[in-house]
Design a protein around this ligand. Structure first.
Ligand code: COA
Length: 154
């Protein structure tokens, strides 16, 4: 299992995995995601891969086949915080048959390395509160529960 930065040749594959993420989340958590978003937003993936100052697009590869990805972004911290910069993994997906291996761990470690190299002050990610696997992955890698977001469907 190898983790590397995505290149523009990986664009379609990353977009495809993001589509799988949308479909999976809708099925798993009944969330109101627009399932056309991945096809309609090729530019987001293109930017994430090419704008390496702002984004880190990583792919996990097994025997030359891409089996997972994660896109992270570095942003200015909100002005009410004392810190300046934070890194946020925005979307991540590993093919079901490659879960439970070393891929997720390596991807998270690479994000941490990148965040440190960028002098970011903190890392942040959010996910569905029911996504125990994602929460467990990040908690075990040093993330602490910080904020809780409540929503009410109207
Ligand atoms: C989230 C995801 C990237 C994690 O990758 P993974 O290979 O499954 O990660 P791991 O196997 O290391 O699982 C993380 C931890 O959760 C635990 N876990 C596995 N299944 C679990 C479950 N159903 N409930 C709670 N914890 C679970 C694992 O044991 C592991 O803990 P460990 O490090 O002590 O072994 C992957 O599961 C995935 O692609 N899920 C679907 C997409 C998704 O949820 N993306 C995130 C939303 S943006």
């Amino acid at each position: 299992m190898q983790v590397r930065q995505a290149t523009i040749e990986d664009l379609k594959k990353v977009q495809e995995l993001n589509q799988m993420l949308f479909d999976w989340e809708v099925k798993a958590f009944n969330v109101p995601w627009n399932r056309n978003w991945p096809q309609e937003n090729e530019q987001y993936f293109r930017t994430a891969i090419t704008d390496t100052k702002k984004y880190l697009a990583l792919v996990a590869e097994q025997n030359g086949k891409i089996v997972g990805y994660v896109i992270s972004v570095i942003r200015d911290a909100p002005s009410y915080r004392t810190e300046k910069l934070f890194v946020e993994p925005e979307n991540m997906f590993i093919l079901p048959e490659f879960r439970g291996g070393i891929a997720a761990y390596r991807l998270v470690e690479k994000i941490k390395e990148w965040a440190l190299s960028k002098n970011a002050d903190y890392l942040k990610f959010s996910t569905q509160s029911a996504n125990e696997r994602m929460l467990s992955l990040f908690r075990k890698r040093g993330f602490k529960d910080h904020q809780v977001v409540l929503e009410m469907k109207l």
